[in-house]
Design a binder for this molecule. Structure first.
Ligand SMILES: Nc1nc2ncc(COP(=O)(O)OP(=O)(O)O)nc2c(=O)[nH]1
Length: 287
């Protein structure tokens, strides 16, 4: 995997990837699939972010546009109105790195100016101007695979070879990012669970997650409370999918994920304490 430990410099706030780290989700949206509306006001979102920080999150991911299947795009001004005040206040109240979950270059710029130190783009910088914005900002960026658009991505998604197809896409996005002037040390990749993938696609990506570590950059996995977890466990209500999400994220950690994007931070932190303890046990040499 890595000869040396990757440390992301998130606008002066370090995110050390010496072990799987927890990205706490702060959705400032009225319609997120799993917690829509729960933290839709600035005060509620900031309070939630601080709660996740207290629960042990290593980074907070602030998003103002739901990307659930079928979601409509949020206008720029509305997305700014939602996320910038939250980022400003969280950056002042916590020393944790803060990422902004957006695909719009103008939101990226405003978010970094407000204190965000990382970009999380479900479009992998494919929107116009996004590559240049990310290169200028010089902060780490998560490049995620999505098939099509949120509006239509779950309409019968098809792949010849989902792992190979996603791997090729991410390799191409890493190349494009480096050509735009983004340092490889600032790149994280993410196969995009649920973004144009059905249950079998998601299971194949999880089962072969180690393949993505071959790209030479940290891997992020985000399965938290998603539909596939619900299908496998029979838990129809998203907030009831914690146990299944923990299982999936431990498998992801075991197969090389260094960042786990989760709603349920306390439960994930506890699970990773067990995982880390076992990972720290020296293994007998096999001569
Ligand atoms: N890098 C990355 N970013 C993401 N952003 C949003 C969602 C969707 O989950 P959530 O934020 O809970 O829902 P919504 O998009 O409806 O707000 N999933 C990912 C993911 O898997 N990876």
């Amino acid at each position: 995997m890595f000869d040396t430990v990757a440390t992301l410099d998130c606008g002066g706030r370090s995110l050390r990837l010496d072990r799987p780290r927890v990205m706490g989700i702060v959705n400032v949206t009225p319609d997120s699939f799993s917690d829509g509306g729960a933290h839709a006001t600035v005060d509620a979102a900031v309070a939630h972010g601080m709660l996740l920080a207290e629960e042990g999150a290593d980074v907070l991911d602030v998003g103002g546009e739901s990307t659930r299947p079928g979601a409509a795009e949020v206008p720029l001004e509305e997305e700014l109105r939602r996320v910038i005040p939250v980022i400003e206040r969280l950056a002042a109240k916590t020393s944790l790195p803060i990422s902004v979950d957006t695909s719009k270059p103008d939101v990226m710029r405003a978010a970094v100016a407000a204190g965000a130190g990382m970009l999380n783009d479900v479009y992998a910088l494919r929107r116009e101007g996004a590559l240049d914005a990310a290169a200028e900002l010089g902060v780490p960026v998560v490049l995620m695979h999505m098939l099509g658009e949120p509006r239509s991505m779950q309409d019968e998604p098809r792949y010849d070879d989902v792992v190979g197809d996603v791997h090729r896409f991410l390799a191409e996005r890493i190349f494009s990012a480096e050509m735009a002037g983004i340092a490889k040390k600032n790149i994280v990749v993410d196969p995009g669970f649920g973004f144009g993938k059905n249950r079998d696609h998601n299971l194949a990506l999880l089962a072969q997650l180690h393949r993505f570590t071959e790209l030479g950059v940290p891997v992020l996995a985000g399965l938290s409370r998603k539909k596939t977890i619900g299908e496998l466990t029979g838990r129809e209500i998203a907030r009831d999918r914690v146990h299944g999400s923990i299982a999936a994220h431990l498998i992801a950690a075991q197969r090389g994920a260094m960042l786990l994007r989760v709603h349920d931070v306390a439960a994930t932190v506890d699970a990773l304490k067990v995982w880390n303890a076992v990972a720290a046990v020296p293994m007998p040499r096999v001569d």
